[in-house]
Design a protein around this ligand. Structure first.
Ligand code: G4P
Length: 526
């Protein structure tokens, strides 16, 4: 069984929209032979879609709304890519999915460097100490100086990096990639890999490249390598594992160039599933009892199957179809008879799975995001998943008051799925909170299509929510003025909504005794 665990890799790809995440994912899947012909991004925008796109709303907008899991085999490893929506309109799912991975690949557009969304997603990885591997993309086009790009990782993200491959020029002068570990040069010409040159013990300073690379390319490469050898960060496995040092790769996802050395080294360097923290200890993948946690619940992924699927990350032991487990939150035994492996919209029944696998289990309403299941007698509670503070707020109600029941049922369902945050005012009005506009659209679409309830929407002018760590409502009310709003989360914990940072700062100064917090763990109580 150990073999099964050490050969597994689960990673998420994070990037700013358009940096090339979809293109890279497709190329990686192609390497593994998982799909014969990857739907290209171009095709996706007409009427064929990339394999990871699911719901109707995604098709309409040509983007990925839900995060999917894609599994493929390469080099004896079983690799699961967790697709995270990279579009501007992403949601909390994106953050949460990163709690289920063992490492992340950060795709950066070589001409643009670090962009807004990269920063947000990286923050989640760094909060959890997830190792981050960087792929500097689009070197077939004019790109920024590679040393500058690395410096930016350190300056903007506080992430030191160490190059594993190095680009030889970019754009019209892009000649290839030097694999610093294997001491090889992959040559590139007009959108393709043309040759691979093995270098001698002097590396790029030896004679092998002299006839092959134009003089200016070679001298620039030599200067850069000399500089890196003198001043670059050394590779340090422990720092990589702790997410404090990022191995960096260069290439062009579109030309599928630089992707082979990337995949090869990434699989060597990235961690296999490791121990998972629980609230009072940890669970090891080798532990013989079965355990796992649910990081996502999704309803009606396929209109042909009207069902809910809970995404389970297995943390220890072996899953066998039909086994009975205990849901730690309730102590209730559940038989796992229907389980499925996920490959975008194709599903395959899975009979066995191990620590480090992600499987889907059918859910008839038993599970909540953050739940753990186990075969031990004692319940296990994994480290809670974080809830992220929303930045957008919307008051919603049923258009047809006769349908209030459908509306409320839909709202409850979507809250359990973690699709959107729901708050209620003292008067039981429903306020949605989201990190991306698209979450509202998905909410509206699903209430209409699945719960037959049209909604009325009223955008609200708040941008920050803070939990208040007190039960004394009168005390809170004394501090409120007309710009602020008191609401309650699903666990009836009070929050204040603020229109902007300025009002929040003002409030904090004026009421220093009020304890405000930005994020609470899902299961945490005040
Ligand atoms: P995303 O998932 O991160 O949003 O990015 P996606 O892969 O969809 O790529 C965004 C655009 O960038 C696509 O162009 C894609 O072809 C292009 N692209 C991705 N990787 C590379 C690369 O290595 N080199 C170059 N030159 N382009 C790359 P598009 O949507 O077809 O638009 P357009 O650029 O053709 O107008």
């Amino acid at each position: 069984m150990k073999q099964d665990i050490s050969s597994r890799r689960i990673f998420g790809i994070i990037s700013h929209p358009d940096a090339g995440k979809t293109t890279l994912t497709e190329k990686l899947l192609l390497h593994g032979g998982a799909i014969r012909e990857a739907g290209t991004v171009k095709a996706r925008r007409t009427d064929k879609f990339a394999t990871s796109d699911w719901m109707e709303i995604e098709k309409k907008r040509g983007i990925s709304v839900t995060s999917s899991v894609m599994q493929f085999e390469y080099d004896g490893k079983i690799i699961s890519i967790m697709d995270t929506p990279g579009h501007n309109d992403f949601g909390e799912d994106t953050y949460r999915i990163l709690t289920s991975v063992d490492s992340a690949v950060m795709v950066i557009d070589g001409a643009k460097g670090i962009e807004a969304q990269t920063k947000k997603l990286f923050k989640v990885c760094s909060m959890r100490g997830i190792p981050v591997f960087t792929f500097m993309n689009k070197f077939d086009r004019e790109a920024r100086d590679p040393l500058d790009l690395m410096q930016e990782l350190e300056d903007v993200l506080g992430l030191p990096s160490t190059p594993v491959t190095w680009p030889i020029g970019s754009g019209l002068n892009f000649k290839g990639i030097y694999d610093m570990l294997e001491n090889k040069v992959y040559l590139y010409d007009q959108g393709k890999q043309t040759d691979v040159i093995e270098l001698g013990e002097d590396g790029v300073f030896g004679p092998e490249l002299e006839e092959i690379l134009p003089g200016y390319s070679l001298s620039e490469l030599r200067d850069e390598i000399e500089l890196l050898e003198g001043a670059g960060n050394e590779f340090d496995r422990e720092m990589v594992d702790a997410g404090q040092l990022s191995p960096v790769f260069f290439g062009s996802a579109l030309a599928d160039f630089g992707t082979t050395p990337f995949l090869h080294h990434f699989l060597e360097m990235s961690p296999a599933p490791g121990a998972r923290k629980t609230i009072d200890g940890e669970v090891n993948p080798e532990d013989d009892f079965f355990s796992g946690f649910i990081f996502k619940i999704q309803a009606n992924m396929n209109p042909a199957h009207r069902d809910r699927l809970a995404f389970l990350r297995i943390c220890s032991g072996k899953f066998e179809r039909g086994m009975t487990v205990q849901l730690s939150r309730t102590g209730k035994p559940i038989k796992l008879s229907q389980s499925t492996q996920l490959f975008a919209n194709e599903r395959e029944t899975v009979d066995e799975a191990y620590a480090g696998d992600i499987i889907g289990i059918y859910d008839t309403g038993n599970y909540q995001v953050g739940d753990s299941i186990t075969t031990t007698k004692e319940p296990i509670f994994f480290e809670p998943l974080p809830t992220f503070p929303p930045e957008l707020f919307m008051m919603v109600s049923a258009k047809d008051t006769m349908k209030a029941k459908h509306f409320n049922k839909g709202v409850d369902q979507l809250v359990q799925e973690g699709a959107v945050q729901v708050y209620r005012t003292e008067y039981n009005e429903v306020i949605l909170g989201a990190v991306g506009q698209l979450q509202f659209e998905v909410f509206e679409y699903r209430l209409k299509n699945e719960y037959n309830s049209d909604i009325r929407k009223e955008p609200l002018d708040y941008s920050l929510a803070r939990w208040v760590l007190t039960d004394d409502l009168d005390e809170i009310k004394r501090t409120l003025d007309s710009r602020l709003k008191l609401v309650f989360d699903a666990k009836k914990r009070p929050l204040i909504l603020f229109p902007n940072q300025f009002t929040l700062n003002f409030y904090v100064q004026k009421y220093p005794d009020m304890q405000l917090v930005e994020a609470l763990d899902i299961q945490e109580d005040i």
